[in-house]
Design a protein around this ligand. Structure first.
Ligand code: ATP
Ligand code: LTN
Length: 340
C-alpha cells in the first residue's frame, strides 16, 4: 500500500447516501422515516444527499413544477438540518455518472428481480396507462446512486428495503464477475417510524402522491391544517390509547407522537391512561406543529435566497461528480470499455 492508500484506509469516515424525489412537498412520513435521520449522521459519517429528479420522471411530471419542486425539496432538506458545509447536497441529473452507471448495472440485473419489486407492482397498478421502462428499471438507477459513492449506510424508510437488497445483489454479482469494485451498503432504518401510515387508511403507507390530502401531513402544512388532519384521523371505537395490531390508526399516532417526543409506547399509554382520543389527537398535533415550526421558518428564509440555494447545489454537484467519476471509471475499465 502506498502512503495515500494507507491514509485513506485509516482516515476515511464511513459514507452515507440517500435520496428523495422532488415529487411535491414531502410528508411527515418522509421526514420521520428518512430525512429526520439525515442531519443526525453528519458528524459521524461523510454524508451525500440527493434530490433524485431522474427517479421522479418515472411518473409524468409537469416540467415547470418539477423544476420548482427540485429547488424546494433542496431547501426543505437544508431547513431540516442538513448543513452543506458538512454534507454534499446535489441534484441527481447534475451528475451524469448516475445515468451512466445505471446502464452498466442494468446488464447485471435479472429481469425477474425487477418485476417482483413491490413499488413497481404498486405504481403500475396506480398508473396503468403509463407502465414505462423507467418504472421497471427505477431500482437499477437507485443502485447506481448508492454504489457510485462506495456507500456504507443508506438511511431510508422500510418501503425501500427491497430496493436496497436489489442494489446489494447487483453489487455482489458485479464484484463476483470481476473483482471487488463496490462497497456493500447496509440500510439504516429507524426502529420506530420506519413506515408512517395514512391518517385515513392506516393500513396503507402515508404517501406524497396520495390524492386525499386529509390522509397526509405535509412538512409545510399550517398549524390549523395539521390539527384538523389529526382530529379527523381514522381510529377505532375502543377509546383506549394503546398499541395493538388491530388498532393501526392509534398505533400509527403513537409512533408519530413517540418520535416527536422521544417517549416510548409504555410512556404514552401511561400518559393517556383514562383520557380520550380527542385529547390524544390534540397532543399529537401539537407535538408535530412544534417540531415543524422551526423547519418551516428556516425553509421560508432559504427559499427567499435562491442565489444561495443554487450555489449550494452547484458546489454539491461538483463534489459529487468528482467522487462518482472515480467509481464510474473503475467500472468502465473492468467491463472492457476502450479508454483513449
Ligand atoms: P411517492 O409517494 O411519490 O412514491 P414517497 O412518499 O414514497 O413518494 P420518496 O421520495 O420516494 O417518497 O421517499 C423518500 C424517503 O422517504 C425514502 O427513504 C422512503 O423510504 C421514505 N418514506 C416514504 N414514505 C414513508 C412513510 N410513509 N413512512 C416512513 N418513511 C417513508
Ligand atoms: N427510491 C427512493 C428514493 C431514492 C433513494 C436513492 C433512496 C432514489 N435513490 C438512493 C436511498 C438511496 C424512494 O424513496 N422511493
Amino acid at each position: 500500500m502506498n502512503q495515500e492508500t494507507i491514509q485513506t484506509a485509516t482516515t476515511r469516515k464511513k459514507r452515507v447516501f440517500s435520496g428523495i424525489q422532488p415529487t411535491g412537498v414531502f410528508t411527515l412520513g418522509n421526514y420521520v422515516g428518512a430525512v429526520r435521520n439525515w442531519p443526525r449522521l453528519q458528524d459521524e459519517y461523510d454524508c451525500i444527499y440527493s434530490v433524485v429528479d431522474q427517479h421522479a420522471i418515472t411518473v409524468r411530471q409537469d416540467p415547470a413544477a418539477l423544476r420548482r419542486q427540485t429547488r424546494e425539496t433542496a431547501a426543505l432538506l437544508l431547513a431540516s438540518g442538513i448543513d452543506p458545509k458538512k454534507s454534499i447536497v446535489f441534484v441527481q441529473s447534475h451528475v451524469p455518472a448516475h445515468a451512466q452507471l445505471s446502464w452498466v448495472l442494468g446488464c447485471f440485473c435479472p429481469f425477474g428481480d425487477l418485476t417482483r419489486m413491490h413499488q413497481f407492482k404498486e405504481k403500475s397498478a396506480k398508473h396503468p396507462e403509463d407502465i414505462n421502462g423507467g418504472l421497471l428499471t427505477y431500482p437499477i438507477l437507485m443502485a447506481a446512486d448508492i454504489l457510485l459513492y462506495q456507500t456504507d449506510l443508506v438511511p431510508i424508510g422500510i418501503d425501500q428495503k427491497q430496493h436496497l437488497e436489489l442494489a446489494r445483489n447487483i453489487a455482489q454479482r458485479f464484484n463476483g464477475v470481476y473483482s471487488p469494485t463496490f462497497t456493500m451498503p447496509d440500510g439504516y432504518i429507524p426502529q420506530v417510524g420506519a413506515k408512517v401510515m395514512s391518517l385515513q387508511e392506516p393500513e396503507k403507507k402515508m404517501s406524497k402522491s396520495d390524492s386525499n390530502e386529509n390522509a397526509v401531513v405535509r412538512m409545510l402544512d399550517t398549524p390549523d391544517a395539521i390539527l384538523r388532519k389529526f382530529k379527523r384521523a381514522v381510529t377505532d371505537s375502543e377509546g383506549c390509547v394503546r398499541a395493538a395490531q388491530d388498532k393501526p390508526g392509534i398505533t400509527n399516532l403513537m409512533s408519530i407522537y413517540g418520535v416527536m417526543t422521544g417517549k416510548s409506547f409504555a410512556d404514552i399509554e401511561h400518559e393517556f391512561d383514562g383520557r380520550g382520543y380527542g385529547e390524544f389527537k390534540q397532543a399529537v398535533a401539537e407535538a408535530v406543529i412544534e417540531t415543524l415550526r422551526p423547519i418551516q421558518e428556516e425553509y421560508a428564509r432559504l427559499l427567499a435566497d435562491k442565489a444561495y440555494l443554487d450555489s449550494v447545489l452547484t458546489e454539491g454537484a461538483v463534489r459529487a461528480d468528482a467522487l462518482a467519476r472515480r467509481t464510474l471509471s473503475k467500472v468502465y475499465k473492468k467491463v472492457g470499455f476502450l479508454q483513449l
